[in-house]
Design a protein around this ligand. Structure first.
Ligand code: F6R
Length: 588
């Protein structure tokens, strides 16, 4: 999390260059933001709590003449959301400005030492120790050596970008979070992702872990911890700059929900060769694991059901953050399929680094070209969902399910069948979207609720998990997704008169059993919201989702995406940027 952007070049309005970069990076954190701009051998700092658009960005700060500036959008880890804790942070002399992504695990010990030496701190962050550590180093060394020595003392996975008022260089170093350098005719850029640099140049260098970069008249790369010179290799990428606007929609989330039929149709029509190729890779592997986090993990759970039912093939699924503890099962013949919208999630990147050491094969099913997971994988298949801007994932989720279903059918050479099911599903989603106003009475009930339960069986279990997550993250209502059969093993104790329960009851082998579970809830006073092709008498409210055969989990999540969106708006929350969350999770 946290977005870093730095500029050094001929344009004398460096602050605006950085501000524009931060706007693109704001998906990485929007608790607070700040910029340090070098002018007349000192730094002028602008910092704000909240989102960029909520602050005045026309202040005099943005008229300063400067050719060097660094900035940051923050997602708080150490220290609350305050102006003092916002980056950039400075040393005592206020001549070293630094932005940081990651967590300095040993910051307390270092801070104690620095306090003993008389350093004064103004924030509660781990970050602030770094410019002070560099300041100490500069008593005996030059800027670059002091940065290297300071960075080498930090434990954890970190990325820093730092500038010194007495130099016309920006220095970066990293052991974790992503940093990309861009070189245009007139400027050098450094940022947390390529998308914020692509409007300026396609000439990019992805900084490797355990290296540092010195950006000045030219770019130098040094290894860490030693400081040995490394080859400087820029690559010209062919990726198009992707931008996304809300268009006629009031929020990105709503727009992205409405984009789903088009994306699913595109997968149905154009992914046939790619999924056949992946099916071959899976057949040749000895042990396949899906890994992902949050919504992507739930797509992986759905994938295990697709593979079991359609391909008769056992695949394993693990939450990526837990996979690190299951690596003993891996061999060089193992296949890991990493699911990720951003392609940057640290919980996925970390175990993949270890898979690489063991020699296993990595396949990336990601939405972001050029992302860390994309680059570290042996095979990649882009989700083709286009930029997903809203923090709550919608279209990337249904794109993942569509591709996984296609692969499962490709395993038995029946990809045409999957493709035609997806075409039917896209039509059904369009119908659901057209009727979204009909959800209003259910929105009214759920908006008043403190707890919502969601149940499903088989592949609909993954729908229940994803539905509960969508509700939680943007409406702040407690929601719990459960396998229907698990209810009576504990959670039923929480059902009382009026407790709403969403029941996924598609036309498949789970139907009778899930209706029995709904009956158990109803007998305890629960209010049943059935999502099903049939209108069962037991439903207090019915949301129709027509039979989409094995693709049903793709269609039936859409009404819950809409419900969550409508509840969030009704409660006055911003569905695009829910509290405490960020779109790209690059810290552990
Ligand atoms: C929920 C959501 C998150 C992400 C998770 C993984 O709506 O968006 O749960 O799915 O943080 O992110 P990616 O897919 O970028 O790896």
């Amino acid at each position: 999390m946290c977005g870093i952007f730095g500029y050094i070049g001929k344009n004398s309005n460096a602050s605006k260059e950085v501000l524009n970069g931060l706007r693109i990076l704001e998906y990485r954190g929007y608790d607070s933001w700040g910029i340090a701009t070098k002018t007349n051998k000192k730094f002028v700092i602008e910092k704000h709590v909240g989102k960029i658009d909520e602050a005045k960005t026309n202040s005099q700060f943005f008229d300063l003449l400067s050719t060097l500036s660094i900035g940051h959008t923050r997602w708080a880890t150490h220290g609350g959301v305050t102006r003092e804790n916002a980056h950039p942070h400075l040393d005592c002399s206020r001549t070293i400005a630094l932005v940081h992504n990651g967590i300095v695990e040993n910051y307390e010990e270092i801070k104690k030492q620095l306090v003993k030496r008389g350093h004064i701190f103004h924030s509660a962050t781990d970050t602030e120790i770094i410019p002070h550590l560099i300041e100490e180093g500069m008593k005996t060394n030059g800027f670059a050596t002091a940065v290297r020595d300071a960075f080498n003392q930090l434990e954890g996975m970190n990325a820093i970008v730092v500038a010194y008022a007495g130099s016309s260089e920006i220095i970066a170093a990293k052991t974790g979070s992503p940093l990309v350098i861009g070189k245009s005719k007139d400027a050098l850029y450094i940022a947390s992702d390529a998308s914020s640099i692509l409007p300026h140049t396609k000439n990019l260098l992805f900084l490797k872990d355990n290296t540092m970069a010195i950006l000045g008249g030219k770019v130098e790369i040094l290894s860490l911890p030693e400081g040995k010179k490394e080859k400087v290799k820029f690559e010209t990428v062919s990726w198009e700059e992707e931008t996304s606007t809300k268009g006629a929609f009031s929020h990105f989330m709503l727009k992205e929900i409405y984009e789903q039929p088009r994306i699913i149709r595109n997968i149905a029509k154009t992914y046939k060769d790619s999924v056949l190729d992946l099916a071959k890779t899976i057949k040749n592997a000895k042990g396949t694991f899906f890994i992902g986090a949050g919504t992507a993990a739930y797509a992986g759970i759905a994938g295990t059901y697709f593979f079991s039912k359609t391909a008769g093939k056992h695949v394993n699924m693990s939450f990526a953050s837990e996979f690190t503890y299951l690596l003993d099962f891996l061999t060089s013949k193992s296949l890991i399929i990493a699911l990720s919208q951003s392609g940057e999630t640290i919980d996925v990147v970390e175990p993949l680094t270890q898979v690489k050491r063991k020699g296993g094969t990595i396949v990336a099913l990601v939405n972001t070209q050029g992302s860390t997971i994309y680059r570290m994988s042996d095979k990649k298949l882009l989700l083709g969902a286009g930029i997903e801007q809203a923090v709550a994932s919608t279209k990337a989720y249904t794109a993942k399910l569509s591709i996984l279903l296609m692969i499962a059918y490709a395993m038995k050479h029946d990809v045409e069948n999957a493709s035609s099911q997806l075409m039917t599903t896209a039509l059904e989603i369009e119908r659901i979207l057209k009727e979204s106003k009909k959800l209003k009475p259910i929105v009214d009930i759920l908006t008043r609720s403190e707890h919502i339960y969601v149940i499903g069986r088989g592949v609909s279990y993954s729908s229940a998990l994803e539905a509960a997550l969508k509700i939680k993250e943007i409406t702040y209502i407690h929601a719990e997704g459960l396998a229907g059969g698990e209810l009576k093993h504990g959670a039923l104790a929480l059902i009382s008169k009026g407790t709403p329960c969403i029941v996924f009851a598609p036309n498949d082998e789970t139907y009778q059993s899930i209706i029995s579970n709904a009956t158990e809830i109803k007998s305890r006073g629960g209010v049943i919201i059935g999502i099903s092709p049939k209108k069962e008498a037991i439903f207090d409210h019915w949301i129709e989702v027509k039979d989409c055969q094995d693709a049903v989990s793709i269609a039936q999540i859409v009404p819950v995406q809409l419900l969550s969106y409508q509840i969030a708006v009704k409660k006055g929350f911003d569905p695009d940027k829910p509290r405490n969350l960020a779109k790209s999770v690059t810290v552990k």
